[in-house]
Ligand binder design. Sequence first.
Ligand code: HEM
Length: 147
Amino acid sequence: MPVHTRSRPMLWIKALHIVFVVTWFAGLFYLPRLFIYHAESDNAAVRAQLQVMQRRLLGITHIGGALALTFGIWTLILVPSYLHQGWLHAKLALVLGLVAYHAYLAHLVKQFGEDRNTRSSRWLRVFNEVPALFLIAIVLLVVLKPT
Ligand code: HEM
């Protein structure tokens, strides 16, 4: 049975989708910052504290990401006609990029957890900007729906 996109349940699902997108991005934005502080610190106690913060923030980031994707996919199940729209295809391609970025963050948490970082703080600063580009592109796609 087709579901109207402005029905109550759809609006609840969309609201929760946005809440968990924000939660996900808190981690995508802040984990690389913690890596920069870690790479620049020569104080063992500070690095140990940062390792704890990285592990905990990664946990929250996993939960935010999993629920953002769950509510996004749920929307598609209820309104499959979105699947015929070009902006959604472009968005899903960008989401795959974000998932790859997230997986790489998890890899870096493991490396920093063992104090085996190989990246310069300059590299990490550039890497830190990547999720902002994804966020801008995805929000423009979902709001403007250019295709
Ligand atoms: C598997 C991943 C995802 C799927 C399947 C998905 C799917 C959807 C769908 C079908 C809508 C409804 C569009 C509309 O009502 O016009 C939507 C809304 C939205 N999505 Fe996603 N999404 C996903 C991930 C993301 C991510 C990663 C972001 C942010 C970076 C995001 C941001 C938004 C926003 C801001 C809206 C609200 C748009 C509006 O109300 O006009 N989504 N999503």
